[in-house]
Every structure is written in structure tokens, then in C-alpha cells.
Design a protein around this ligand. Structure first.
Ligand SMILES: [Zn+2]
Ligand SMILES: [Zn+2]
Length: 341
């Protein structure tokens, strides 16, 4: 079988011929049909923060996996061979620590991460712990399901953590893989949406996806523009990996508004204490989502016809796709599709 491998940090992705792995006890072998390309994969390939020290090179990246169970190992009674399944960023958690017991499995200290500490979905077949695959609902193409496993899940769970309610105003920074999914989910959940971007050419796309307001962060005063939006945003999904944008939009939150930090950056985030106090605003982090969140995010996508905008690549083009992501020229979510792209 073919696998796209990063031998070490900053090495280009190369296609290797490998033995098809055999599932051990408790494992399943997934025939990968599609795997989305996340910013995290670029970080793994670059050896960049936050994966600098934890990536198990040589590694097969990819943690937005959609496929079919090809084989099950000893002791596995679910899922069965032939089932359509997805595999997310969370490869496995310990199942018994306080975080796991509280349902916060992504916060488990003993996690393995798909495509970071364990080989991921940029290969024709991958191993996964049976307990951590997610059933894919009927009516989802593999290439559409794949980006929901991280990008869709992350924005869906971010809204959930923020306590979002229908009718509220959601501002989204960035209109990339995460941001455009944020617009789709927030609209379908009954939200009013603003998009904040430094690229004015994204405005038409933002409005097409359902945004009622577009703020050009290079030209407009972001705080003022948000405050002029009927008193400020209730939730900001900060998908752009930029501390400056997060700082610029935070005071644009209305009363009790929540800034949800999703974009990963090494820059420090500083806010004025009064920006918290005077409107009782808060800043929270949100990390991808649990298996429960996945089931809800997938079911919601099917019920509301949420379809990520995708650009497809073959497995051989995985390196090129990562290059386009680095250059910022990738439209929507890149997805590696195994049979033909
Ligand atoms: Zn991801
Ligand atoms: Zn745990």
C-alpha cells in the first residue's frame, strides 16, 4: 500500500510503499477513502509549534479520516467490517483519568494524536483503536465527511463551549478551512454571522456562505465595526492564527461575550483588564472535540446539509497540498481522496 510520509521535521512528504498493517487486539484496519488536510499537518511537516517535540517521525500525517473498516483485530465487537467510519485528531485516551471520566477526553494527559504520535490518514490503510473510531452517518460522502472530523468539529464544539444560542451574533476571524466551516455551522445553528479577514477578496465568498457583515481587518477598526453591529458580537470564533487579530476584536464583544481561541500561534495574547471587566467578557480556549461532539457535529451537518468547500488531491499530491496551505493559496479545505482525487 502507499503511504505519504514525513521522515523528519521540514522534510518534504514522500510516497512510500509499505506493508499493509495488521490490526492487533482492540484495533481496526481502516481503508482510507478521504483525509482532510489540517493546519496541524503543516505544523507536523514543518516541525513547528505545537508539534515540535511530540511528533513521532517518520510519521504519516492526517487526522481528518473517513473510510471503511477493512478488518478487525481480536476482541473487537464494534465496529464491524464494512462500516463507514471516521477517525479524528484524538487517536486514543486513557479512559480512566479525571479528564476522561468527566467526558473531557481530549484533555487526557495520556493521549495519542492521529498523524502526530501515531500514523494518520495520508495512506491507503491505517490502524485505529476500535473504541476511538466514529460511525459516519448515512448520506455523507467521504470527502465531505473528512473535513468535519477536525475543522467542522472544532468550530461546532467551540460554539458549544461558548454557550452559543440561536439568534446570537457570531464573528469569525479568517475564512480558511476552519473559518468557512464556522460560517456554515453558525448560520445553520441560527446565528447571525460576521467575517473578519485581512483579505478583502474574501468578502464575496463570506457573503455567499451567509455572513451579513464583512470586516476588513487591514482597513477597518475591528472593535468599532463589531460594536456598531447591534452592540457587539456574542461569540467570536478566532480561527485565524494571529494574536493581533484576537486582540483587535476582543473589545468588539458585547455584554458577556466570549472570545473562543481556536487558531494556534506562539504569540502572546494581552488584553486590558477593563476590556474584561466593563462588559464581563471572557476568553476561552477550545480543543477540537470529544467523540460525543463528533457524533453531534456529524448528525447536525447531515440534518442541515452542511457541506465544506473542498479542493481534492490525490495521495501523491499530498506534498503539493501542504505547500499550497503554506502559501495560503488553498481554497476551502484540502482533501486527499484515495481513488482518483
Ligand atoms: Zn486538525
Ligand atoms: Zn485519560
Amino acid at each position: 500500500m502507499k503511504a505519504a510520509v514525513v521522515e523528519k521535521a521540514k522534510a518534504p512528504i514522500v510516497i512510500e510503499e509499505r506493508e499493509r498493517p495488521e490490526p492487533g487486539p482492540g484495533e481496526v484496519l481502516i481503508q482510507v477513502e478521504a483525509c482532510g488536510i489540517c493546519h496541524g499537518d503543516l505544523d507536523v511537516q514543518q516541525g513547528a509549534f505545537p508539534y515540535t517535540d511530540i511528533t513521532a517521525y517518520p510519521i504519516v500525517p492526517g487526522h481528518e479520516v473517513a473510510g471503511v473498516v477493512e478488518k478487525v483485530g481480536a476482541g473487537v465487537d464494534w465496529p464491524e467490517k464494512g462500516m463507514k467510519v471516521g477517525m479524528p485528531w484524538l487517536y486514543s485516551s486513557c479512559g480512566h483519568c479525571p479528564a476522561c471520566l468527566a467526558g473531557d477526553e481530549v484533555l487526557c494527559a495520556g493521549i495519542d494524536i492521529t498523524g502526530v504520535t501515531k500514523d494518520g490518514g495520508f495512506q491507503e490503510y491505517m490502524l485505529a483503536p476500535a473504541r476511538h473510531v466514529s460511525a459516519l452517518p448515512e448520506g455523507l460522502d467521504f470527502a465531505v465527511a473528512a473535513p468535519l472530523m477536525c475543522a467542522g468539529l472544532t468550530v461546532f464544539t467551540g460554539l458549544r463551549h461558548a454557550g452559543f444560542e440561536p439568534g446570537q451574533k457570531v464573528a469569525i476571524t479568517g475564512l480558511g478551512g476552519l473559518g468557512h466551516m464556522g460560517v456554515l455551522y453558525a448560520r445553520a445553528m441560527g446565528g447571525r454571522v460576521a467575517v473578519i479577514s485581512s483579505s478583502p477578496d474574501k468578502e464575496a465568498r463570506a457573503r455567499e456562505l451567509g455572513a451579513e457583515l464583512f470586516i476588513n481587518s487591514k482597513k477597518d477598526d475591528v472593535t468599532e465595526a463589531l460594536q456598531a453591529w447591534d452592540g457587539g458580537a456574542d461569540v467570536i470564533l478566532a480561527t485565524a492564527p494571529s494574536a493581533d487579530i484576537m486582540k483587535a476584536c476582543f473589545p468588539g464583544l458585547g455584554r458577556h461575550g466570549t472570545l473562543v481561541v481556536l487558531g494556534v500561534t506562539e504569540d502572546e495574547l494581552n488584553f486590558a483588564p477593563t476590556d474584561f471587566i466593563l462588559a464581563e467578557r471572557r476568553v476561552i480556549g477550545s480543543l477540537i472535540g470529544s467523540r460525543t461532539d463528533i457524533q453531534d457535529a456529524l448528525a447536525f451537518a447531515v440534518a442541515h446539509g452542511i457541506k465544506p468547500e473542498i479542493t481534492t488531491f490525490t495521495l501523491e499530491q499530498a506534498g503539493e497540498a501542504i505547500g499550497q496551505m503554506l502559501a495560503g493559496t488553498l481554497r476551502g479545505r484540502g482533501v486527499v481522496v484515495m481513488n482518483g482525487g
